[in-house]
Design a protein around this ligand. Structure first.
Ligand code: NAD
Length: 247
């Protein structure tokens, strides 16, 4: 893949300590981008002492924390070229979720993307020259799945933000796209496999390619959307699910 355009670009990644987010960070560093990682979890050792990484503890549900993080990126790296609103959670819903689970999912997956996307937008506006946002949605943001009513609703909202912002921000040269992962290997799904092995088995059996996605494959899709190869793509939802949505 042609990723030369990302060299020396300044890219923010939320949820970059783990899974798909960490795979995005690794691939961005490999193409010599500078990466600002925001996560609730401690910094992974592999990112420590790297001059091309800023690691900040940020709760994406907080407007203030996301705002300060974007200010920090600009202070330390000088600007912001792209943002990946990737942080998310997928707790077990078991039919009808509790109100607490409902609030947590909506706060992280919807308000978190709202805070991250709009703070990135404000910075792109200040710079007066493009900018690119890639949201992490889900196959569950394009189709209903059992026992995922809240998560699926939250990810439909991420698809909604992506489509609407792509229209609203296009006049300023800002592109907005999303990836829609299917069932993908990460610490998030490790928990499902461990606690509900039969559910996981059924989900994998329903994937036409017959296997889970790899975080690196999702990261490749994100780098494509971030880079100039995708310069005419905005408002798209790039499904990377081994064919799951069509089955
Ligand atoms: N793994 C899958 O099968 C799958 C499928 C579809 C969509 N997704 C989406 O992909 C994204 C990444 O998921 P993953 O599989 O890599 O999971 P993961 O649990 O490995 O990583 C998620 C990261 O987000 C961080 N995070 C959670 N809440 C946060 C908050 N409030 N503020 C800041 N950081 C926070 C976590 O600490 C973690 O590092 C999520 O949006 C998820 O919904 C994953």
């Amino acid at each position: 893949m042609e990723c030369k355009s990302l060299k020396r670009k300044i890219i923010g990644v939320t949820g970059g300590a783990s899974g798909i987010g960490l795979a995005i960070v690794r691939k961005l560093l490999a193409v010599e981008a500078k990466v600002a990682v925001a996560d609730l979890s401690p910094q992974p050792e592999e990112l420590a002492n790297n001059p091309n990484v800023i690691y900040t503890k940020v709760n994406v549900t907080s407007r203030e924390e996301v705002h300060s993080w974007v200010e920090e990126i600009v202070e330390k790296f000088g600007r912001l070229d792209g943002m990946c609103a990737n942080a998310g959670i997928c707790p077990v819903e078991n039919g009808v979720a509790s109100d607490d689970v409902y609030r947590r999912i909506i706060e992280v997956c919807v308000t978190g993307v709202w805070n991250t996307g709009t703070e990135a937008y404000r910075q792109f506006q200040r710079q007066k020259g493009g900018g690119v946002l890639v949201n992490t949605a889900s196959a569950a943001g394009l189709k209903g799945y059992r026992n995922m009513a809240v998560y699926s609703t939250a990810k439909h909202a991420v698809v909604g933000f992506t489509r609407c912002w792509s229209l609203d921000w296009a006049p300023e040269g800002i592109r907005v796209n999303a990836i829609a992962p299917g069932f993908t290997e990460s610490p998030m799904t490790d928990a499902v496999i461990k606690d509900f092995p039969q559910v996981a088995e059924r989900m994998i059996a329903a994937i036409p390619l017959g296997r889970m996605g790899k975080a690196e494959e999702l990261a490749d899709s994100v780098l494509f959307l971030l880079g100039d190869t995708a310069s005419n793509i905005t408002g798209s939802i790039l499904v990377c699910d081994g064919g799951m949505l069509n089955s």
